[in-house]
Design a protein. Structure first.
Length: 313
């Protein structure tokens, strides 16, 4: 088993699926074969999908159609894990991701069900520790320390929002491994990736983690919307910001960029993540940036429009 991905956050199911699909498209080696995909859906049930060959292209099908997207119960799940490698692994494939709907899921790479020093599969031993209330990071570390020469790396995802991962000392000595973890404080989303034997291994884990966190960020609803109005004055200020009335219509814009604030050049006058104020309240930050036209110190067009709705988070 050469790649494991675990995530929690908005649309974590979609996130791990997209991350694996990105790894399949970019990576070369032991990938695109078997997949075990498990989620804890919104109703608290563990749901699992498996395939022996074809990776994400055969994981979900409709009749004779392959390449089907995950159904809602999988895609919208907040807790998700996947493991994949080459084709034709020993059945049952479900054993590669033990899960408990009230606790979490365990995935990994190499041989996650390797027998540990306690005589139990290491992935199952990790889930036992999570059931007992042990923090994910400590539980992973304890399982790894207990059997350092096992061929095993594990990722824990808990329903409490923890994601932790680790490799045994044996796996750490391999020259072909990758590991990455990311967390987004704004959404609470988190992801961990462990992989091996998939080129280019120095960057593949980073790619998969970045794809997953991006999907989870995009899956969150904006905090609100404002309307940018032609004629809004723009000037220099201590921060990139949009000031609006209580109804969300723009009153003035400040920028730290002299090109737009002083010289009025064509550009991104309302920068990505600019502060958004309704009255005197800071309510969030802009989620995209229009190309703006400036005439006489006022914004006249927003990507060719005289009015433009903008979201903020």
């Amino acid at each position: 088993m050469t790649i494991g991905i675990g995530a929690c956050g908005p649309r974590a199911g979609r996130a791990v699926f997209e991350a694996l699909r990105a790894a399949e498209r970019v990576g070369h080696g032991a990938i695109g074969g078997f997949v075990t995909f498990a989620v804890i859906s919104e109703d608290g049930k563990v749901r699992t999908a498996v395939t022996q060959r074809g990776g994400t292209t055969t994981l979900f099908t409709e009749g004779e159609t392959t390449g089907v997207e995950p159904p809602g119960a999988f895609a919208d799940a907040r807790f998700a894990a996947v493991i994949s490698s080459g084709p034709d692994r020993p059945v049952p494939l479900e054993r590669f991701i033990p899960a408990d709907g009230g606790v979490g899921l365990v995935t990994g790479h190499r041989i996650p069900p390797s027998t540990g020093s306690d005589g139990k599969p290491m992935n199952a031993a990790l889930l036992e520790r999570l059931r007992a209330g042990m923090p994910a990071e400590g539980a992973v570390a304890e399982v790894m320390r207990a059997t350092p020469e096992a061929d095993c790396g594990l990722i824990a995802v808990t329903t409490g929002g923890e994601v932790a991962s680790g490799n045994t000392e044996r796996v750490k000595r391999r020259p072909d491994t990758g590991a990455a973890s990311l967390r987004d404080p704004a959404t609470g989303a988190a992801v961990a990736v462990l992989c091996n034997a998939i080129r280019p291994w120095p960057v593949l884990a980073d790619l998969a983690a970045a794809v997953a966190i991006d999907v989870m960020r995009a899956g969150t609803e904006p905090a609100g919307r404002i309307t940018l109005v032609a004629g809004t004055p723009i000037g220099m200020g201590p921060a990139n910001a949009v000031f609006c009335d209580d109804g969300g219509r723009s009153l003035r814009v400040t920028t730290t960029d002299p090109a737009v604030g002083e010289r009025g050049e064509l550009g991104a006058a309302i920068y990505l993540a600019s502060e958004v104020y309704l009255g005197d309240r800071l309510v969030g930050h802009t989620t995209f940036e229009p190309i703006t036209t400036i005439e006489g110190g006022r914004l006249t067009l927003f990507s060719g429009k005289e009015e433009l709705e903008m979201t903020y988070r």
